[in-house]
Design a protein around this ligand. Structure first.
Ligand code: MN
Length: 444
């Protein structure tokens, strides 16, 4: 895929809110979601974000504004999920992106502007659904800094397992409990082994955490038994969202040896509604390298293109809104900030490794990147890292009431992720928001 006119930082839209500095959704972005007017009984359907509006793709498909492959693609986006659109592949994804760009750019003809205007729905009046039927969800573990930070708490003598540097490690997650931003869930009940105890206890999770991750939406699948080579891996990826892999650390640490995470992870996972396409992410790619002393990948996980531009510089920020701050009208407290460019394995290496044994991926499958932590302690993507296993509480900055501290998450806490990309010679594009809220445990 090559950079093209849709990446031109000078491009602008006739819609003024698309051109505002610092906005998430300029004309260079054009991400996809599934939406309807909030509180209505309308069918959910696909939409594209532009400024403070959503382009209704069902309305656009029914208009005279599109032709050919772009129109066929929009017709598939008129459904309640994007799976069929994702299955159409990169040519169809690009045709629709470029056609929507042509309708929204400032040089569009009055007829085109009129058609597009008729398809706009104000973003602040919509609600979202999951963009795809997610058949399978796999969560990776690909940040060396996260592996070091958390490994030091579990296995101080051997924090990073020997396989980490040779393959993108993952476990099969639970698809049914994935929700879209705004998700609320009850603190899980479960079994944990308190430090020094000789028998486990049953109760509400006492060490509830978030994990800052990206979600990879699989576009085109692969036939069972036919692995995807690294050089072709990104042809199978439609785009990327933000993902919160909520984690009950006390439950997780007691249960995960020897078969991996189970109830500590499967109660809720939250994703942001907007999928930023791989085409929109092109200007923010960076070279992928291995630091001195780190092993080079095996041949099936190595390709020239992956080395030249396999990394993605996606800036990420975590903030926490507490019940007390919400009541007082205070802004959320920022907890950390990092970039996905520090990750040890790329999204292409994750997809290729997933298929290498013959596993078939399907359109709409979701891959989590694993927690994204940067090299410095304040770049950690989970609260267990920021508080050193809960031993050093965080003081939340900037509230107007009495100071609040956290070792782990409290009931009523909302965790908010924001993401964006900036690069010289490119526009700034944003991911919107991924928000989820902890409710008190049910039962005892
Ligand atoms: Mn995770």
């Amino acid at each position: 895929m090559q950079r093209n006119h849709t990446h031109d930082p000078a491009a602008a839209s006739w819609l003024p809110t698309a051109n505002m500095a610092g906005g998430d959704f300029p004309i260079q972005n054009l991400p996809f979601a599934v939406f309807r007017r909030a509180g209505s009984d309308e069918a959910f359907r696909g939409g594209v974000a532009i400024g403070d509006q959503v382009v209704d793709l069902a309305a656009l498909a029914a208009s005279t504004g599109l032709a050919g492959l772009a129109r066929e693609a929009a017709q598939q986006c008129a459904r309640e999920t994007l799976n069929e659109f994702l299955a159409m592949g990169p040519k169809a994804w690009q045709a629709l992106r470029h056609a929507v760009f042509a309708l929204l750019e400032q040089d569009a003809t009055p007829d085109m502007v009129s058609i597009a205007r008729g398809c706009l729905v104000p973003m602040d009046t919509v609600e979202y659904a999951l963009p795809n039927r997610i058949g399978d969800y796999t969560d990776f573990y690909t940040s060396l800094d996260h592996a070091r930070n958390v490994g030091a708490l579990i296995r101080p003598d051997d924090p990073v397992s020997p396989n980490f540097r040779w393959m993108p490690i993952a476990y099969h997650g639970r698809a049914s409990s994935i929700g879209v931003s705004g998700q609320q869930f009850h603190r899980p009940m479960g079994q944990a082994m308190p430090p020094g105890a000789t028998a486990p206890v049953y109760g509400a999770c006492a060490r509830l955490d978030y994990e800052l991750e990206l979600g990879i939406h699989v576009g085109v699948g692969n036939t069972q038994g036919q692995p995807v080579a690294l050089a072709q891996a990104e042809d199978h990826i439609f785009g990327i969202c933000m993902l919160n892999d909520w984690s009950a650390r006390d439950i997780q640490f007691w249960e995960m040896n020897p078969l991996g995470p189970f109830l500590g992870k499967n109660f809720a996972t939250t994703i942001s509604p907007w999928i930023i396409t791989m085409e929109a992410l092109l200007p923010y790619r960076q070279a992928w390298t291995r630091a001195a002393g780190e092993p080079q990948p095996l041949a099936y996980l190595d390709a020239e293109g992956n080395r030249q531009h396999g990394a993605l510089d996606i800036q990420l920020e975590v903030s926490l809104q507490t019940a007390q701050r919400l009541e007082a009208g205070d802004a959320p407290a920022r907890l950390s900030r990092t970039s996905f460019r520090h990750q040890y394995w790329t999204v292409a290496q994750m997809l290729t490794h997933h298929t290498m044994g013959g596993c078939n991926l399907l359109p709409g499958d979701l891959l989590g990147t694993g927690t994204i932590s940067g090299p410095s302690p304040d770049q950690a993507g989970a609260i267990i890292e920021l508080t050193r296993g809960g031993t050093q509480p965080l003081t939340l900055e900037g509230g107007s009431g009495s100071p609040e501290q956290r070792r782990f998450l409290d009931d009523g806490d909302s965790v908010i992720f924001r993401g964006w990309c900036e690069a010289p010679g490119a526009a700034r594009i944003g991911f919107g928001e991924c928000r989820g809220t902890v409710l008190p445990a049910l039962g005892s």
